[in-house]
Write a protein that binds this ligand. Structure first.
Ligand code: BG6
Ligand code: MG
Length: 224
């Protein structure tokens, strides 16, 4: 028995854009007198743009002095910086193991989906030349709540026409693992620090269809 679909997070799983998000936020935060480090960035993974700003403002105890209009402006400026930095992405920026896994899944007749809360996801897939490798890319603009809410994963399952219990989700963020678990998918975590993942791997280089198939068979026999 195989899963019907494998649903991927984008940032940190398909390509490493987390650092580009960080550099853009760091410049914006510095302009308003807030220092952020990689530890804060960890808490922004899988979190929407506006919620990321809210967390940065809370970290700098600056929530009260930045109104809604200014927040929108800061988000726009952050995105402009981020989009500028995306120009450096190309197919070589795909993380190890991902291209091979996508090809193998499709050869197995297993559907592939993307569940990213990034509004830039289609642009990033195009830069990586991966658009055609995904059967469905959930539209972050149509999902109001970011991870750990499972909404984006449920949207991906609906778009693929599959049930969450028949799917594997792959994530590098704690909020993402929590979202996958909340909708009943089997969760694969990339990174040693994640808790609650059904399978935890050190890096995307450890991903392969053979590894996922063994995991699925074991997970399923435990689940039923
Ligand atoms: C997620 C990232 O994939 O997308 C977050 O992990 C980011 O860090 C979020 O804030 C939203 O991205 P964007 O491109 O819409 O600003
Ligand atoms: Mg991620």
């Amino acid at each position: 028995m195989k899963p019907q679909a494998v649903i991927f997070d984008l940032d940190g799983v398909v390509t490493d854009t987390a650092h580009l998000h960080f550099l853009a936020w760091q410049r914006i935060a510095r302009d308003i007198g807030i220092d952020i480090d990689e530890k804060i960035n960890e808490q922004l993974k899988g979190i929407s743009r506006s919620e990321s700003l809210r967390r940065i403002l809370a970290h700098g105890r600056a929530e009260a002095r930045v109104d809604e209009a200014q927040r929108l402006q800061l988000c726009e400026r952050k995105n402009a910086l981020y989009v500028e930095s995306l120009a450096q992405l190309n197919p070589d920026s795909i993380l190890p193991g991902i291209a091979g896994l996508l090809t193998a899944l499709r050869a197995q007749g297993i559907r592939t989906g993307l569940a990213s809360v990034s509004l830039n996801a289609p642009r990033i897939l195009a830069a990586l030349n991966l658009t055609a490798q995904f059967d469905f890319c959930a539209d972050a603009a149509k999902v109001a709540r970011s991870k750990p809410d499972p909404a984006i994963f449920i949207a991906a399952c609906e778009g693929l026409g599959v049930k969450p219990e028949q799917c594997i989700g792959i994530e590098d963020a704690q909020a993402g693992i929590d979202a996958i678990n909340a909708c009943g998918m089997a969760s694969v975590g990339i990174g040693e620090q994640l808790s609650g993942a059904d399978l935890r791997l050190a890096s995307t280089a450890d991903l392969s269809w053979a590894r996922l198939e063994t995991f699925w068979l074991t997970h399923h026999s435990v689940a039923v």
